[in-house]
Design a protein around this ligand. Sequence first.
Ligand code: UT7
Length: 320
Amino acid sequence: MTTRIIGTGRCLPEHIVTNDDLAKIMDTSDEWIASRTGIRKRHIAKEETTASMSAEAAKRALKQAGLSPEEIDLIIVGTITGDYVTPSTACEVQQIIGAENAVAFDINAACSGFMFALNTAHAYFQSGIYQNALIIGAETLSKIMDWGDRSTSVLFGDGAGAAVVTKGDAGLLNFTQGSDGAKGMVLACKNRSNNNPLISTSKEMKYTYMDGQEVYKFAVSKVPESIKKVLAEAHLEPEDIKYYILHQANIRIIQSVAKRLKVSEEKFPISLDHCGNISAGSVPILLDEVNEKGMLEKGDKIVMAGFGAGLTWSACVMEW
Ligand code: UT7
């Protein structure tokens, strides 16, 4: 018995910001952004919130799964940009969609958030706890960007992706996950300063900071390493995989992973060109795009992988 995805959904904000739009407000260009990252545009939330996008993506995933909200007993949202410190985004989603029988909580694992949510649901299922889960990766990253820093603000976008998972005979074949807190400050966001009048406050870094090259080096070594590990343990070769659904940070990282695995780049669907990097949202949004296009057939094997702040990483191989 393992964990199977039976429905996917996504929700992106209506407002689209192109690279040329960004070039009007900061010293950048479509040429630089597109050639260094592959990103051409991204969705930026105006009215939408992390919870509203999550709930919309969840409703679509539930519809495809043919389950009612009452049948969901676990909701996990991977996010670093919940609308509130508390309640969690997962509790907001529970309320919006009416999943009154679910237990709901968030996971903070940045760009690995959706993967960690999947692995956590799987662990509950394996323990005999819970039957149907809603796992979501969702971000409103635009609210934690330093819009005066062109090296980070051009990279990210907003959106949510969801999947309904249930116990099944086929599905998750193997997964790996890891963290390296010692390197945490290469990609960080201290989101508020302490206003306690009893202590002196230090200057805080309130928006996202990234040492891009350090994160790049981490990604191009850890992602292929973890994919090779999950495949070897499942007795599969890179060629056996139909699609690699990777976190969408930079086209050059994806090309490097393809090269290191010695598989065609055609096996790597892309959403970063029109979505940018949506942290925890990237993997489930891309999965839903691939699923919606009818690119997946029963029995196909796919790899999903997330990597990013924490540092955190995770990869899995799944039979569709
Ligand atoms: O989701 C979490 C995981 N995140 C990642 O995996 C991100 C990994 N890192 C990367 O993808 C890349 O390191 C970046 C896309 C962030 C940066 O690309 P890079 O090729 O490493 O560029 P760089 O930081 O070395 O900057 C090169 C130049 C610099 O100018 P000088 O010093 O050479 O004169 C930057 O100031 O590009 C400049 N630059 C820009 N120019 C125009 C940086 N940002 C911009 C910009 N527009 N937006």
